[in-house]
Write a protein that binds this ligand. Structure first.
Ligand code: IMP
Ligand code: MG
Length: 177
């Protein structure tokens, strides 16, 4: 598995430090509210687990599963494979994503959830890859901005592999070309 990685982009330590900071910031910004963190499966699982350990206010956690991606190119279509288990009407929602790439997925998800009339919807993403943005969408919180390369690890996959790497690495292009 490690042989397929061209280089480490973000070490475990760099990720940990930044997740602590973002967790503190969100805890401050949402003090006195009881936000719902909505994780977008599967890519969010490692980031969200670490982020939640750094949230110090009352909150709840829910998950959605969407698919929009096969291999390294977005198809543009978004399917909802699993919806929320609770109503979000009147609640402050924070969507937790692994990476904001073209923005198609989050743009769709944000409008899909807005219909339920939450008090607010914000987005926290581990990685932001602004070079490839197609939809008009921004992350309210991001841990790192990354270059236009295909990255894996810490929850992110290529064809379901590499999610278990404890760091973020750039995948060797020969793996997907
Ligand atoms: P978007 O709709 O193009 O913003 O893509 C969002 C989804 O594409 C993410 O949640 C990831 O699952 C996947 N994705 C985009 N870029 C990468 C990458 O560099 N590595 C792994 N998955 C990626
Ligand atoms: Mg993925």
């Amino acid at each position: 598995m490690e042989n397929d990685i061209e280089r480490v982009l973000l070490s475990r330590k760099e990720i940990d430090d930044q997740v602590v900071k973002i967790g503190k910031q969100i805890s401050q910004d949402y003090a006195g509210t009881e936000p719902v963190f909505v994780g977008v499966l599967k890519g969010c699982f490692m980031f969200m687990a670490d982020l939640m350990r750094n949230i110090t206010i009352d909150c709840s956690v829910d998950f959605m599963a969407v698919s929009s991606y096969q291999g390294t190119n977005s198809t543009g279509a978004v399917n909802i494979n699993k919806d929320l288990s609770r109503d979000i009407g009147g609640k402050h929602v924070i969507i937790v994503e692994d990476i904001l790439d073209s923005g198609v997925t989050l743009n769709y998800l944000k409008s899909y959830l807005s219909v339920r009339e939450p008090a607010s919807i914000k987005i926290v993403t581990l990685l932001d890859k602004p070079a490839r943005r197609k939809a008009e969408i921004y992350a309210d919180y991001h841990c790192f901005e990354v270059p236009d390369a295909f990255v894996v690890g810490y929850g992110l996959d290529y064809n379901e592999k590499y999610r278990n790497l404890p760091y973020i690495g750039i995948l060797k292009p020969e793996i997907y070309s």
